[in-house]
Write a protein that binds this ligand. Structure first.
Ligand SMILES: [Zn+2]
Length: 369
C-alpha cells in the first residue's frame, strides 16, 4: 500500500513537471510576471544560475520519478491482455448450472488468489481505472438475479448476522484471509434485492459501505430484444428507482442483460441513457451472458455496451467455463492482462499497439516495449 502511495505521489510530481510547460497550464499572475519580466544583466545571470540549478534538480527528480522507469518488464506486463468477468448466480447446497456450492465457490477464490488473480470492480474496469499490483491479472466477479443466497442474514444469539455460507459471507472470509486479494463484486438486482425485504435497506447500504457494487438486472427479467425503447427505460429505470429508495446517493451504472438478450439497434440508446418517473440513468457497462473473457478496457475491440463474461461453473460449460479459460491463460493459449502496477501508465507489448484505444488512455502515460 505504502509503495503504491509513493508511486502515485511521484507520478503526480512528474505530471506537474510536465504540465508546467504545457500550453493549457494557467500560471498564477505571480508566476506569469516572473517569466515576462526582463531582468537586468546581473539579475539575469543570477537567475540563470538559479534556474540552472533548479533545472538540474528537476531533471534528476524527473528521471528518478518517472514511473515507466520503475516498471519491471520481466513480469511481462500486458495491459491489452484479456480480463475475465465471471458470471455467478446462486451459491447453495446443490451444484447446478446456475448455482455453485459454497465449497466450490471457496475453491474458485482460492484458485484465483493462488494463481495470480486480484479482484477489481466492474465500475473501475469501465472507467479504465485499474489499480492491480504489478505482475497480477485483474478479475471481476458478478452475481445475477439478487438471490437470497448471495446475501443472507441469519439469526445468531438474537442478532442478525451474515450467513457465512452465502456469497457475501464467503467473500468476506477471503477478504480477511487475503487482504491483498482486493475482494469486491457486483450484484445485479431486480425488484426484490436478496429476498428478506425487511433487511433490503440494511443489506444495500452495507454492500456500498464495504466496497461492493450494485448493478441493474431489470424489473421483469425479460429479453431486451422483445422490448420497445419506452419499455426498456421502464425496465431499467424502475429498478434504479427501487435501489435509489434504499441508497439514495449511489448511482447504478451497470447492467447485466437478462438471458444475454441485447435490445434492437434502434433502442440501444434507451438502454444506455434514459428516464423513468422523473429520474434519469446512465449505463457505463452492459454485460452479456457467459461465453469468453472480455478484452482489456484499453482495447479498441472492447464494446462497453456488450461485454463478454465467463460462466463461473463447471457444468455444461462446453469448453467455455472459468477453468477452461484459466487453463488457456496458464498454457499461454490466450493472453491475459498483466498489470504494470501503475494505474496511470498503460504498458503493452509492441505487437498489440495497433489495438490501443487512445480515447480510453486519455491523459495516462503509454509505455510500449
Ligand atoms: Zn438473470
Amino acid at each position: 500500500m505504502k509503495k503504491r502511495f509513493f508511486k502515485i505521489l511521484t507520478l503526480i510530481a512528474v505530471v506537474v513537471l510536465f504540465t508546467g510547460c504545457g500550453v493549457d497550464d494557467k500560471p498564477t499572475i505571480e508566476e506569469d510576471n516572473q517569466h515576462e519580466d526582463v531582468p537586468t544583466n546581473k539579475e539575469n545571470e543570477a537567475e540563470n544560475e538559479d534556474s540552472k540549478d533548479e533545472k538540474n534538480e528537476e531533471i534528476i527528480t524527473e528521471e528518478e520519478q518517472n514511473p515507466i522507469d520503475s516498471i519491471d518488464l520481466t513480469k511481462e506486463p500486458n495491459e491489452l491482455g484479456e480480463i475475465m468477468i465471471l458470471m455467478y448466480h446462486g451459491i447453495g447446497e446443490e451444484e447446478t448450472v446456475w448455482q455453485r456450492t459454497a465449497a466450490n465457490f471457496r475453491k474458485d477464490l482460492e484458485y484465483m488468489y493462488k494463481n495470480g488473480y486480484r479482484m477489481i470492480s466492474l465500475n473501475d474496469y469501465a472507467k479504465g481505472e485499474i489499480y492491480t499490483e504489478e505482475g497480477y491479472t485483474p478479475i471481476i466477479l458478478t452475481f445475477d438475479d439478487g438471490r437470497q443466497n448471495n446475501f443472507n442474514l441469519i439469526e445468531e444469539n438474537g442478532e442478525m448476522v451474515i450467513d457465512s455460507n452465502c456469497a457475501v459471507g464467503i467473500l468476506e472470509e477471503f477478504k480477511s484471509k487475503y487482504p491483498d486479494f482486493n475482494v469486491t463484486a457486483s450484484f445485479f438486482l431486480g425488484t426484490n434485492p436478496f429476498g428478506q425485504i425487511d433487511y433490503a435497506e440494511q443489506k444495500l447500504n452495507w454492500l456500498i459501505e464495504n466496497d461492493y457494487d450494485i448493478g441493474n438486472h431489470t424489473y421483469s427479467h425479460n429479453k431486451m430484444e422483445l422490448l420497445t425503447g419506452e419499455e426498456i427505460q421502464a425496465e431499467i429505470g424502475s429498478v434504479n428507482n427501487i435501489i435509489g429508495e434504499y441508497i439514495s446517493d449511489y448511482s447504478v451504472e451497470t447492467l447485466a442483460l437478462p438471458h444475454g438478450s441485447n435490445p434492437n439497434d434502434e433502442f440501444i440508446n434507451d438502454m444506455l441513457e434514459g428516464e423513468y418517473e422523473g429520474n434519469s440513468y446512465k449505463t457505463v457497462a452492459v454485460l452479456d451472458v457467459g461465453w469468453r473473457p472480455a478484452y482489456s478496457p484499453f482495447d479498441t475491440l472492447t464494446d462497453f455496451k456488450s461485454l463478454y463474461r465467463v460462466t463461473a461453473s463447471e457444468i455444461d460449460v462446453d469448453g467455455c467455463g472459468m477453468y477452461d479459460y484459466f487453463k488457456q491463460f496458464e498454457e499461454n493459449k490466450r493472453e491475459r492482462f498483466i498489470s504494470d502496477g501503475f494505474s496511470e501508465v498503460i504498458t503493452i507489448p509492441e505487437r498489440h499497439k495497433e489495438y490501443l484505444n487512445m480515447d480510453m488512455v486519455g491523459d495516462m502515460l503509454v509505455n510500449i516495449y
